[in-house]
Design a protein around this ligand. Structure first.
Ligand code: NAD
Length: 259
């Protein structure tokens, strides 16, 4: 098998990373892994306030461009894909690592969630992935890999995960449908499902420390890291994962096995 390309090689591949907030973001761990495997990247930041923290990350990466992108702001996502088309003429992989729910909806019972809060959480955390998929499709003529981030609170009732449970369930279903629809074009769609990691988004979940404590009891007896997520994302982005699509892959040291 000598001469076989490494299943982890991303040399010559170009990828878009959406979801870096700071050094601790899961998207940061993924971006470093993509870069270590040889990829060239483009990245986005939420707004001017977030920009310096994102730039501190992308300055250390082979990042061709950094653009603003609030997926809820009309035209911003489209502008990012226009730039990809102009600069690269194609896209090989994309990471969607964003989520949001208004605090009052996130902190209350699911049955008490407001129509506005639920719709906003769904739009930013789920439908934005479908919009990215649609925009990426014409740029992935030679095939590609689309990835998003989910959590096992989609399948099981995890205390305090609340409204994000049904939102992540919809995201996982969207992954399966998109995988089926784009498979004939050799575009793969998968989700990474890490155990709890202390990030900025995670700090919005009440009693998050209890989730960390429970995760310590997983078979591997340690918490997942952004580097663990990056290793899987780099594999999914590359040709080694060429027959993998429509999957939800846990990166949780086996926590999903426990009752
Ligand atoms: P993070 O706070 O570092 O990243 C969340 C990102 O979402 C930020 O970059 C933020 O700017 C972005 N975002 C929010 N609203 C946005 C909008 N309107 N437009 C564009 N971007 C927007 O936190 P993280 O934990 O790295 O989150 C990344 C993903 O991982 C999320 O989907 C999250 O649900 C998922 N996840 C996190 C954990 C965990 O324990 N941290 C576990 C499983 C899954």
């Amino acid at each position: 098998m000598t001469g076989m390309p490494s299943p982890f090689s991303l040399t010559g591949k170009r990828g878009l990373v959406i979801g870096i907030a700071n050094e601790r973001s899961i998207a940061t761990g993924c971006a470093h892994a993509f870069a270590a495997c040889g990829a060239t990247l483009g990245a986005t930041y939420l707004n001017d306030k977030a920009k310096p923290y994102v730039q501190a990350v992308t300055d250390k990466l082979p990042c061709d461009f950094l653009l603003p992108c609030d997926v809820h702001a009309p035209g911003e996502l489209e502008a990012v894909f226009d730039e990809v088309a102009k600069r690269w003429g194609r896209l090989d992989f994309l990471l969607h690592a964003i989520a949001f729910a208004p605090a009052t909806d996130l902190h209350g019972r699911v049955v008490d969630s407001t129509p506005e809060g639920f719709a906003l959480a769904m739009d930013i955390s789920c439908h934005s992935f479908l919009r990215m998929t649609k925009l990426a499709e014409p740029l992935m003529q030679g095939g590609g890999s689309l990835m998003t981030l989910t959590y096992q609170g989609s399948e099981h009732v995890v205390p305090h995960y609340n409204i994000m449970g049904p939102v992540k369930a919809a995201l996982e279903s969207a992954v399966r449908y998109a995988a089926a629809e784009l498979g004939p074009k050799n575009i793969r769609v998968n989700a990474i499902s890490p155990g709890p990691i202390a990030t900025r988004a995670a700090s919005g979940i009440e009693h998050f420390n209890e989730l960390l404590d429970a995760a310590q009891k997983a078979p591997e007896r340690r918490l997942a890291t952004i580097e663990d997520c990056g290793a899987l994302a780099a594999f999914l982005a590359g040709d080694g994962a060429r027959m993998l699509t429509g999957t939800i892959i846990p990166v949780d040291g086996g926590q999903h096995l426990l009752a």
